[in-house]
Design a protein around this ligand. Structure first.
Ligand code: DLZ
Length: 154
């Protein structure tokens, strides 16, 4: 999937409570994703909490708890890198379907910042680090804030 065509999104978080749930595998990439998300959310005026979980498989349950605890939106961050077994597919599927289900069931927007990559370089390219081409942590945070505003208009 290409990163070209990404929109410019409103990022006013005044009065909002945003929970960032972040997996812990692949430390360097995760540090970049978290910095990108927090660098968008904190200046936006939102109240921000960061919750760490072991892996991307655990992101949906943390997002569900954040939603039931009153978060206005959740930003989910993780990195899954393909290995030599089908495990990659199961973790990606669990995270993607789980986060989608949480968002639809609770009505709380979930910004999807889970990288699913063939190798570490693909992840580094999207991590918002100084040499990265893209910043998926920032994009997920912007999407979460913008979706809150979109839903409020309905
Ligand atoms: C087990 C596992 C593997 C092999 N790879 C990753 C990964 O690349 N990224 C990630 O976020 N998590 C990985 N995990 C851990 C699972 O997400 C989960 O934490 C464990 O299976 C324990 O439930």
């Amino acid at each position: 999937m290409s990163g070209e065509g990404a929109p410019s999104l409103t990022t006013d978080g005044t009065g909002l409570r945003i929970v960032v749930v972040a997996a812990s595998w692949h430390t360097t990439v995760m540090d970049g994703l978290i910095a990108g998300a927090l660098g968008t959310l904190e200046p936006s005026g939102a109240t921000v909490e960061l919750i760490r979980v072991p892996g991307s498989f655990e992101l949906p349950v943390a997002a569900a708890r954040a939603a039931s605890a009153g978060a206005d939106a959740v930003v989910a961050l993780g990195v899954v890198i393909r290995g030599g077994t089908p495990h990659f597919d199961y973790v990606c599927q669990a995270a993607t379907v789980g986060l989608t289900e949480v968002s639809i069931r609770t009505g709380v927007p979930v910004g999807f910042g889970v990288l699913t990559c063939d190798d570490e370089q693909q992840a580094l390219d999207r991590a918002g680090l100084p040499d990265s081409k893209e910043d998926k942590g920032r994009e997920a945070a912007e999407a979460a804030l913008a979706t809150i505003r979109s839903l409020a208009a309905l």
